[in-house]
Design a protein around this ligand. Structure first.
Ligand code: ADP
Ligand code: MG
Length: 615
């Protein structure tokens, strides 16, 4: 007996603080969320020394009277829910009534608050959970919370903090999240007395993204297309295919306005991007999911960082579909823009010398290679006719006679030119470093990576064939047998039909032994047994949900790299032109099957800026 004792309030708060207040960024998160719940229109965040020395959050929200202010520092004191039933559908950020007492128990804490109509405000000072001062204060309406010397009374905790720089960056990320989640609220952020940003309240998310990350990023985003399901609303912006980052700092995900981490959502986004995203890279997303609060449980994680969905499969499917549709729609808009006629005056070239590459000059004849030789799998002549057409049009443009300078015929000429240019769609200027095709389009300059472009063309061609007739196979001269561990044998047995569809001729040949007699013809397989082990490994790691189609795509994506034209392969003009046309006909022209960009657009505006013609 006598071994069990109730913890004092302060110690209990410090224990809770272990979960809620992991680091300075969690303090910032909790305080900003309180400000948002209080209806703030403007929130100012200030930190010093990674937030360890000081975090100050000032809002112009509803404020509190003295009684509420005192109560707010008690554990489990909240104005946001009253009954357990309220937990079923939480509409505020807070509801646990833990943040303020937890923070106050591990810092030197000062709260000043005033309601708009009140004559005087209240100031409360708490040190390490001990209430020191309560008095009238004269601040502006709203609430100001100051947290100094975080974890000063928990040295063990302090040791776990990272460098000031890292903690500052974590905080900055947290403020980014909140600012993106709430464009209608103005935010400012001061780090060590330097203003990092000052964001005016704005009506739309796109303005907020622009103000925070710049117009260049905004231009590379596409707006999410929405969803078919009435129960799930998806909005926001995602990076175009080919845009990705090495870290997840710009992969922002919100569920009912709350920034969260969800492997279900990020997994579904990745699946939606599929080959439009480089392996190991993260997409850029400003992704908002809204659904009935009753169908998502936010009370899963003490810092409310995770959520649980009632219908995870439905959510997943809606997201995959939405991302796919968005990228698809983005492609149509992009293709239209890309193919818009090049502005006419540059084509007429009456006075300016035309430095454009002439078809015959594009590459030294002796070193040329036929595109169709490079990848045996390229559909023979699929768009040879269009390439020929392109040539003819270029030729016509060149033969235009000089025009008399009267305006009527000039207008006519312009019209004719525009008609031709519309068919012509783009102008190839030349090839840089035997790798980058330089082109002109209505928007400015386009650089195409010929290797990446060819990879994409081959990939889609093979995929189409796989969908239509199954993968073409090639018989091995000598069928090979190979042994696998029992578990793999079992796996192969179960997936024989998938493997056959992928063009792998494989059958059982005794216990744990298989015979392979054909492989996909586009693959260059020197050691079939080795190849099979690799395929099995890949497929197993790809998971159960992956379809045969998807697995086949993976194989193709891997192999096209070897078959595509390389950097340093000089191409003839015709070949370049055919490559570009084929690329533009692809489902996802702007990135290779590994998600790297195939082309970069440099707009007239960017060029003008670089040359100082425009600020
Ligand atoms: P929770 O947010 O989970 O309710 P907190 O400990 O964060 O718990 O806050 C306790 C209560 O204090 C809130 O429910 C709210 O009523 C009040 N409060 C906290 N911060 C503010 C603020 N910035 N403005 C007005 N009221 C606030
Ligand atoms: Mg709170």
């Amino acid at each position: 007996m006598g071994q069990i004792r109730l913890l004092s309030e302060t110690v209990a708060s410090q224990v809770a603080a272990g979960e809620v207040v992991e680091r300075p960024a969690s303090v910032v998160k909790e305080l900003i969320e309180n400000s948002i719940d209080a209806g703030a229109r403007k929130i100012d965040v200030m930190i010093r020394r990674g937030g360890i020395s000081l975090v100050r959050v000032i809002d112009d929200g509803c404020g509190m009277d003295r009684d509420d202010a005192l109560l707010s520092l008690e554990r489990h004191a909240t104005s946001k829910i009253r009954t357990a039933a309220d937990l079923e559908a939480v509409a505020t950020f807070g509801f646990r009534g833990e943040a303020l007492p937890s923070i106050a128990s591990v810092s030197r804490f000062r709260l000043t608050t005033r309601e708009a109509h009140a004559l005087a405000g209240t100031e409360i000072i708490v040190n390490g959970g001990k209430l020191d001062v309560v008095r009238d204060g004269g601040e502006a309406p709203g609430t100001q919370v100051e947290v100094r010397s975080l974890f000063y009374n928990l040295p063990a905790r302090r040791k776990f903090l990272r460098s000031e720089n890292t903690e500052s960056r974590n905080i900055e990320h947290q403020v980014h999240l909140q600012a993106i989640g709430h464009p209608q609220i103005g935010f400012s952020f001061l780090r060590d007395d330097r203003v990092l940003f000052q964001l005016p309240a704005t009506a739309t998310l796109s303005y907020r993204i622009r103000d925070l990350f710049g117009v260049e990023l905004l231009q590379r985003l596409v707006e999410l297309a929405g969803t078919a399901s009435p129960k799930i609303r998806i909005s926001g912006f995602i990076g175009q295919a080919g845009l990705s980052r090495q870290t997840r700092t710009q992969q922002l995900v919100f569920v009912n306005g709350r920034a969260i981490e969800s492997s279900l959502i990020t997994g579904a986004i990745r699946e939606g991007y599929h080959t439009a995203l480089m392996k190991g890279q993260y997409p850029v997303t400003f992704f908002f999911l809204e659904l009935d609060p009753a169908s998502v449980d936010v009370n899963v994680h003490p810092a409310k960082r995770e959520v649980r969905f009632r219908d995870p499969t439905g959510v997943r499917e809606a997201i995959v579909q939405c991302i796919q549709q968005t990228l698809e729609a983005g492609r149509v808009a992009w293709q239209e823009k890309f193919r818009a006629p090049v502005s006419v005056p540059t084509v007429v070239g009456k006075t300016a010398p035309d430095l454009r590459l002439r078809p015959e000059e594009s590459a030294p004849k002796e070193s040329h290679r036929e595109l169709s030789h490079l990848g045996s799998a390229v559909a023979a002549g699929a768009s040879a006719s269009s390439a020929a057409l392109g040539m003819e049009i270029v030729g016509q443009a060149r033969r235009l006679p000089a025009l008399p300078a009267d305006s009527a015929s000039e207008a006519l000429a312009v019209q004719q030119q525009a008609g031709r240019a519309a068919q012509q769609q783009f102008q190839i200027i030349g090839v840089l470093s035997k790798l980058y095709v330089l082109m002109e389009n209505a928007d400015g300059l386009v650089l195409v990576d010929q290797h990446a472009a060819h990879e994409r063309v081959l990939f889609e061609e093979l995929r189409r064939r796989m969908e239509e007739q199954g993968v073409p196979t090639q018989k091995l001269l000598l069928p090979q047998t190979f042994d696998v561990p029992p578990r793999d044998a079992d796996w192969i047995e179960r997936n024989l039909s998938i493997l056959q569809k992928m063009g792998i001729g494989i059958e059982s040949f005794g216990p744990d032994t298989f015979k392979i007699d054909s492989v996909p013809s586009f693959l260059d397989v020197s050691d079939p047994a080795q190849f099979m082990r690799k395929v099995i490994d890949d497929l197993k790691s790809a998971g159960n949900s992956t379809s045969a189609m998807r697995l086949g795509e993976e194989m193709i994506a891997k192999s096209v790299c070897r078959h595509a034209v390389k950097a340093n392969d000089p191409l003839r003009y015709l070949e370049v032109e055919k490559l570009i046309r084929d690329l533009l006909d692809c489902d996802l022209p702007y990135c290779c099957p590994h998600g790297r960009p195939t082309m970069i657009q440099i707009s007239h505006a960017e060029l003008e800026k670089k040359f100082g013609r425009k600020v």
